[in-house]
Design a protein around this ligand. Structure first.
Ligand SMILES: NC(=O)c1ccc[n+]([C@@H]2O[C@H](COP(=O)([O-])OP(=O)(O)OC[C@H]3O[C@@H](n4cnc5c(N)ncnc54)[C@H](OP(=O)(O)O)[C@@H]3O)[C@@H](O)[C@H]2O)c1
Length: 347
């Protein structure tokens, strides 16, 4: 079942699932939109909202896997995870929200005893970076520091839900992992020059799920994330930080979210690419770097990683409990199928 299947990403996931020969049940709370999509794809749909736990449990009864695409996930994960634990379904989602990873990880013991796998972060956030982190850790087993970064090129904008979700995350600040613990970055606008393959670019610190997940995939105790962002966006982030306290108010976030536009056309996505970079260091001065190159991230790469994960699970590759993609499927999972290039960087 895909919950939130009528969303921008959910729809593309449903379409691509069908073209891979899968027949997911489409689900969500928007009857009109789901009925139209189900009729286009000749699939079954179920309408239920998440406010009534009994209804959610009943809707999931008898199924084996739920892919949650309804974000911001801080509002949706809880009843769906609850139902997956009760009805014994594997739970996947495409969150990148650190508090959501934390809350789902806290259900690890229950998931283990139910034989259920909980794998949040099955989209671009965090599959490519998670797999790259494990690849680098395998090359430098004594690594104590991990840096990950991305650089998007091309005309595709973020999916609309990603823009909305990033507003929800502003009050949480920029997180880093220090000596195994999650901390607020003391230098939230730290920059670093990174070569994604076509010369050095300035990348700025940002919040990304790896700060939480890569610790579980690699055990590396110090983790930070960077991205190349448009200078106008960096300026806006700096202004926003000064009034961050206002973003604790729901009505203020809603007002900001109304002003955001997101989304992309298939043509824009086809003209866009994503470059991922990672670096590990050990205490002896050794440094290893590698890169990944792939398609547009918000929809194309995300849909790909979700479906690749679902197909691995169909083959029986599951581990009960809270899991990260690389911890179950391995560092090479990101290379599944075609279209992704991984390269080692000579330093
Ligand atoms: N991991 C990644 O790399 C990655 C990539 C892309 C997107 N995302 C995340 O995925 C999420 C969806 O993005 P999108 O662009 O598809 O968003 P979208 O177009 O706004 O769609 C959101 C979907 O979630 C549903 N939804 C939202 N809140 C809900 C709630 N409280 N109860 C039930 N359903 C709810 C919406 O239902 P209605 O139509 O009824 O409102 C809609 O189906 C975002 O959080 C985004 O950050 C992650």
């Amino acid at each position: 079942m895909i919950y939130g299947a009528n969303g921008f990403v959910g729809q593309e996931l449903a379409r691509e699932a069908v073209s891979r020969g899968l027949q997911p049940i489409l689900a969500g709370r928007n009857k009109e939109a789901l009925a139209a999509l189900a009729s286009e794809l000749d699939l079954v749909y179920k309408i239920f909202d998440l406010r009534h736990q009994q209804e959610v449990n009943q809707a999931l009864r008898g199924l084996t896997l739920l892919m949650n695409c309804a974000g911001p996930f801080k509002y949706t994960y809880q009843p769906l995870v609850e139902a997956c634990l009760k009805e014994k379904l594997h739970y996947l989602d495409i969150t990148g929200e650190i508090p959501v990873f934390q809350a789902i990880q806290a259900r690890d013991a229950e998931a283990k005893s139910a034989g259920v796998m909980l794998m949040p972060g099955s989209g671009f956030d965090v599959v490519p970076t998670d797999c790259l982190a494990l690849y680098l850790k395998n090359k430098l087993p004594a690594a104590v520091e991990l840096m990950l970064a991305y650089h998007a090129e091309g005309p595709a904008r973020l999916p609309p839900g990603t823009a909305k979700t990033s507003v929800e995350m502003i009050p949480f600040g920029i997180n880093v992992r220090v000596d195994g613990n999650l901390k607020q970055a003391t230098d939230p606008f730290a920059t670093r020059m990174i070569d994604f393959g076509s010369g050095p670019r300035e990348a700025i610190r940002l919040n990304w799920g790896d700060v939480f997940t890569a610790f579980y995939s690699t055990g590396i105790p110090n983790i930070s994330n960077y991205a190349v962002l448009h200078p106008k966006l960096i300026q806006r982030m700096k202004k926003v930080r000064k009034i961050r306290f206002l973003f604790r108010l729901k009505w203020f976030r809603a007002r900001m979210q109304k002003q955001l536009k997101g989304g992309s056309t298939p043509e824009q996505r086809a003209q866009s690419t994503m470059h991922v970079w990672g670096e590990v260091k050990d205490p002896f001065g050794n440094v290893v770097q590698a890169r990944l190159h792939g398609p547009e991230a918000g929809v194309v790469w995300t849909v790909k990683t979700c479906l690749d994960a679902i197909q691995e699970i169909e083959k029986g590759r599951i581990l009960p409990g809270f899991q990260t993609p690389a911890s179950v499927f391995g560092a090479d999972f990101v290379l599944t199928g075609s279209g992704i290039i991984r390269e080692d960087v000579r330093i």
